[in-house]
Design a protein around this ligand. Sequence first.
Ligand code: NAD
Length: 477
Amino acid sequence: MDTGSHESMSFREGIDRMVDRASLAIGLNPETAKVIQACNAVIQLKFPVGIDGNVEVFTGWWAIHSAHRLPAKGGLRFAPLVNQDETEGLAALMSYKCAIADIPFGGAKGGLLINPGDYTEDQLRKIVRQFTMELARRDFINPATNVPAPDFGTSSREMAWIADTYKALFPDDVNRDACVTGKPLNRGGVPGRTEATGKGVQYALQEFFRHAERVADAGLSDGLSSQRIVIQGLGNVGYHAAKYLAEEDGSTIIAIIERDGVVVNEDGLNVHDVRQYLAETGGLKGFPAGNYSAQGEQALEMECDILIPAALESQVHAGNAMRIKAKLIVEAANGPVTYQADEILRERGITILPDIFVNAGGVTVSYFEWTRNLSHMRFGRLQRGLDELRGMNYLAALESLTGKQTPENLRREIMRGANELDLIRSGLDDTMRMAFRDIVEMLRHHPNISDYRTAAYAIAINKMAQSYYELGLAEPL
Ligand code: NAD
């Protein structure tokens, strides 16, 4: 697949240009913009691991873009095309994302140059343990300073291995569980983290559709239930976003693009069945309830209402941006639209909800997991019983005053104390709503800004500039 050979700048440079654009719009001092753009630290590791009697040398990176807030937080990516420029760019996106979602973290990112599919589970565990040791020994994994999370090519399984390795190295660190987020539930994880990014994509879209004038501006009508969606990448983020949008909002997923091509069904695909088929066969070819084509990249250009790229960066680039027909692009992946493509799409009036807002659900719930690990107590433990008691008293008072019985379904709801998943979902929904409203406010009050990406960047760099100013590192705003 073409990942942007039409571009004249690297991934990280493209992100810097987006910052430049927003800085210009809000009149930020160029020197301050440079402070914000600079990647604070990056480490490259080359480490040997014995694999079946041979020794292989692996290359990995950890980039800290900003450390004005700690820990620096970012996903750990395992992919065969990882490089330093990409890792630095993704770390920068994390800084801006945390600022928009009001998460008190700096931005970081990790990468390991590997095709995980080439290794057995035992071999992968060995590689992850060694990578963790190399990073932790240099303080690049630590609950107070550097906390990775799952990203492309990694999941709760790898996070469990990281946590276990850290625990073996630092057993007397009482906060050791907080050295990584996205862990399995029984190893310090929280309910709702696995699906958090996809759920956040759904909440972002739900909030967008609550703003009728914004929906109309994008050339869309009606609610989420009448939208026809094309999604690229049915991994963690893409699967959960597509599943919730189809099952809970009634949207129609008309095409799913994966590594080996695309499957199309204008009447709607069953996301769960496609995922199952993908897991069993390793591809989409032959999926019975849709038409398969090996031309996955071309399917990005399909006629649809919403395009959700949820795989990798630079999928919409200068070479195909002119042919995109979606009215709304929702960036579930990091950086799926290049800077040059963004310029073309803006010119063409196509609306884009940017990655630094749309996929902030992952780091938001990671933040909840980190704070829960530090508190060593599950959310709601102290107040759930009290909430239930209040509900019962409220019901009793209501029924004695009215002389009527409350219907059973309402009675159950009123008497139920929120469980941990309820609290996490509520915090995630609230974060996505507030972030979108901030973006809309910026658009409303800033005459120089007319697109969501520039508005989102303007919010992020404003907050970061203020933070650097307070530290004496930037000019006053
Ligand atoms: P994942 O590894 O779980 O899934 C990626 C999916 O994309 C896989 O199904 C893979 O087969 C597919 N894919 C790979 N190359 C493709 C291609 N060329 N065309 C179509 N499909 C392709 O990864 P993920 O965690 O879902 O991450 C996806 C994107 O979301 C990445 O950009 C990542 O940085 C971003 N993201 C992830 C999280 C998270 O919590 N996991 C949070 C924020 C952002």
